[in-house]
Design a protein around this ligand. Structure first.
Ligand code: COA
Length: 184
């Protein structure tokens, strides 16, 4: 499958793009961003120096701050035992924002319209509309679709609210590199 870049997408520096990546329309991808074998939806903004390796799926309207670092290997080794390297996937759902310099441990689902504070280290699934900060990142509040803080009891009025832990996404999270490269 050839790599794809959607209409009206502005990429400041294509040198960092490699493999079978897919980037939707109306996105802005800043300078010194590395994207390899990852999938990015429409209307996303990826700021400078972000690292988005294989196994990362980013839905529409997502903001990735500068220096955000995704990971895809839970127990990294420069020279893994032959045939045992395992890709661990991560999924960022629609409208989420990830603050500057955050690190996202692999195997995570980041919920719709959640907001991750600058410098967070995210080690667990983030619920939809959650505001999380720190290392390890913890929920400190809730935000609406525009990033405005709301009370937890207002979540019930947030449109399209759904749980992140749906089975299909859980199954997607752990696959071998071979599965990922299938059809390339
Ligand atoms: C997380 C965030 C949205 C919180 O905003 P806020 O609610 O207005 O923040 P406040 O200043 O009221 O802080 C509330 C508390 O959280 C703490 N806090 C805020 N942001 C934090 C962060 N990123 N990491 C750790 N703690 C944080 C504050 O120190 C404060 O703690 P206290 O109650 O013990 O004093 C904001 O601080 C942030 O990090 N935004 C992202 C910025 C960014 O990366 N932008 C990218 C584009 S350049």
């Amino acid at each position: 499958m050839p790599s794809k870049i959607g209409e009206n997408t502005k990429i400041w520096d294509e040198k960092g793009l490699w493999g079978d990546y897919e980037i939707g329309s109306n996105c802005v991808i800043g300078k010194f961003v590395e994207i390899g074998n990852a999938k990015i939806g429409d209307n996303c903004k990826v700021e400078a120096f972000a690292f988005i390796p294989p196994g990362i799926t980013i839905e529409d309207n997502v903001f990735i701050g500068p220096h955000v670092c995704f990971t895809n290997d839970m127990y990294p080794r420069a020279v893994p035992k032959e045939g045992e390297w395992q890709l661990v996937k991560t999924h960022v759902k629609e409208g989420a924002s990830i603050g500057a310099n955050s690190t996202i441990r692999c195997g995570i689902i980041i919920g719709e319209y959640s907001l991750i504070g600058a410098g967070s280290v995210v080690t667990k699934d983030v619920p939809p509309h959650a505001l999380v900060v720190g290392n390890p990142a913890k929920v400190i509040g809730w935000v609406d679709k525009h990033g405005k803080k709301i009370k937890k009891d207002q979540l019930s009025i947030v449109e399209d609210f759904e749980l992140v832990n749906d089975q299909e996404l859980k199954e997607m999270k752990t696959k071998t590199e071979e599965d990922l490269m299938e059809g390339v």
